[in-house]
Design a binder for this molecule. Sequence first.
Ligand code: UDP
Length: 299
Amino acid sequence: MLRRGDTVWCLDNFCTGDPENIAHLRADPRFHPVRCDVTEPLPVPGPVHAVAHLASPASPADYHRLPLETLAVGSRGTENALRLAREHGGRFVLASTSEVYGAPEVHPQPEDYWGNVNPVGPRSVYDEAKRYAEAVTMAYRRGPGVDAGIVRIFNTYGPRMRSRDGRVVPTFVRQALAGEPLTVCGDGSQTRSFCYVDDLVRGITAMIDSARAGPVNLGDPTERTVRELAELVLVVTGSASRIEYGPLPVDDPVRRRPVITRARDQLGWTPRVPLEEGLRRTVSWCAGRPAPPVRNAPS
Ligand code: UDP
């Protein structure tokens, strides 16, 4: 957004983020980083042309560690962000998630599938917060007439993820680079579809620039098993690590793949970076970084 000349207010309490990730932007006079919690009133002066509400823990390890914060940012945080857009007559885009489909009984997942979510399971703090966030976004669109839209983001990866955030790509890359075993959960036959961060950013930007309501799935439709991913990480890193199999987390979705016809038709968006290339870029970024201390490891 800065590169194309926008002024950007970046609100983050860094409960799962790293200020280092935005350090390279600080010299730009149009960039305004604010350390704050978006569940509190938002300290943004006008004019505001668009609000992208991306704030939330997103790694299962993080939202298990921060369950109440995750529910709060999906509910109060979304309401605050919607109010900001309403006050300034701006566009609003909610970063929702493929987790609204829960353990999907329809495969692949189109946007008109309503999902299969366990409302009292360990993942519900994230899934139900995002489902509420979608509901309140649509209510602000229908009622006060906020120009609001929803994107549902599928598994995304790339540089600047914390190596110990618990998600599968940074975990496997860290383990492979350290020569440690890659910890596959279950037998590794569960699938995900991994989208490279630059592709995702293009999709979100296209949604901000459109007047579409969505929801629009943003994800790479190439489905891989977790075991295939582990093998690919070993190839890309050239690591001699072995693969180790452990227990599958409760309610871990068995299959996940987006239908992206809507993104293609409404936003002209398709992902461009194949998994192997995206992993290469991620690995070279991670390889240039010192290993973080173990005490940051999610429980
Ligand atoms: N996973 C794994 N090993 C790990 C971390 C995750 O096998 O060290 C699996 C996890 O059980 C899930 C998939 O990888 O089936 C994706 O997990 P992640 O936490 O990245 O995202 P999710 O799609 O579950 O939100």
